[in-house]
Design a protein around this ligand. Structure first.
Ligand code: SD4
Length: 326
């Protein structure tokens, strides 16, 4: 049986809140443009690493007056289906037992969120995450339960382990040494954030996680506040890199809270990285944050050199190199 999140909550507290808090701060300027706190909305899409196609898919939705939530889902679906992206979805590197296990989450302008973790055999975990958000009273479904939910909702179970990922895993098993590889590929885990023409923010994050991780390991990417956080009043942030470090610092939530205190997206990402530097062993891991605020400003910061991200503020996606601590 599936529940409707909206009917579940509307009978409780949503009804008491009445009309949207946000709507009172928005007023139309000219057609297709709005003002937020007297500043013109500057729609934007930003994503981790060099996922130009993902960004462009998201931007196409934004530019056609679509919503940020539709845009980030469409963007995240691109690398999920791309066998050449070895850190996301189909073609992702398996865990040490040879299973491709997927983590994803999504969060919208209402503060609603959904996620799946340790999901196997489903090509679009981000879309399952969106259904968790929209059709259930829960935020996170794991493993077999997430799979069951996906199958009940029309997703097909398929083999996601490609020949090349299988071959590499078999080679890895000869030594079976586990150590993180920094910037393993330049088309790594995708975290994607968007602001639409109405000024609303959303984000998504999807990954096959660390290559050759322990079976059952879940990283930061499906965890709201760690791999992704969106607060429509303030901004949005997402993370890539060693999930354990992001989980221990609740990094994306931290970035958004730092922006709430007045830091720019760049400064907030930097401060979140510095928390890891201060409190954790950081020399052999990579962490990269990207963030946007309500004014459409973006920023990033990484622990190690080499972290790239892509922005769209118009049709053409632009690749950028993040500043870093080391
Ligand atoms: C994880 N944060 O599972 C993910 C991995 C990642 O770039 O972002 N790789 O820990």
């Amino acid at each position: 049986m599936s529940f409707s999140r909206r009917s579940f909550f509307s009978k409780s507290f949503l009804g008491l809140v009445g009309t949207s808090f946000f709507s009172s701060t928005w007023c139309p300027k000219t057609e297709g443009q709005k003002v937020v706190s007297n500043k013109t909305v500057r729609p934007i899409v930003i994503s981790t690493w060099t996922n130009h196609e993902a960004n462009n898919a998201a931007w196409n939705i934004i530019s056609a007056n679509g919503t940020a939530i539709d845009a980030v889902e469409a963007g995240a679906r691109v690398p999920e289906l791309d066998a050449a992206d070895r850190s996301v979805g189909y073609g992702g590197r398996p865990d040490r037992e040879g299973y491709v296990t997927l983590d994803a989450c999504i969060m919208d302008e209402n503060g609603d969120a959904g996620g799946v973790c340790f999901l196997q055999g489903i090509k679009h975990p981000v879309s399952v995450a969106r259904l968790v958000m929209e059709k259930t009273p829960h935020v996170l479904l794991a493993g077999q339960g997430a799979l069951q939910f996906a199958l009940e909702n029309g997703f097909k179970q398929e083999n996601l382990l490609t020949n090349i990922s299988k071959k590499e895993w078999e080679d890895w098993k000869k030594t079976a040494q586990y150590h993180p590889v920094i910037n393993i590929e330049q088309h790594d885990t995708i975290g994607i954030l968007a602001m639409d023409k109405a000024g609303n923010l959303s984000g998504a994050c999807t990954t096959s996680g660390l290559a050759y991780k322990m079976h059952g390991r879940v990283g930061d990417s499906p965890i709201i506040g760690a791999g992704l956080y969106v607060d429509n009043e303030i901004g949005a942030a997402t993370a890539t890199g060693m999930g354990e470090a992001v989980l221990k610092s609740l990094g994306s939530f931290l970035v958004v809270e730092l922006m709430r205190q007045g830091l720019s997206p760049n400064e907030a990402c930097k401060e979140a990285v510095m928390r890891i530097v201060k409190k954790q062993a950081y020399k052999n891991i990579q962490i990269g944050y990207i963030a946007i605020n309500k004014q459409g400003e973006f920023g990033s910061f990484a622990l190690q050199p080499g972290f790239q991200f892509v922005t769209n503020q118009n049709r053409v996606s632009k690749e950028r190199l993040s500043k870093s601590y080391l």
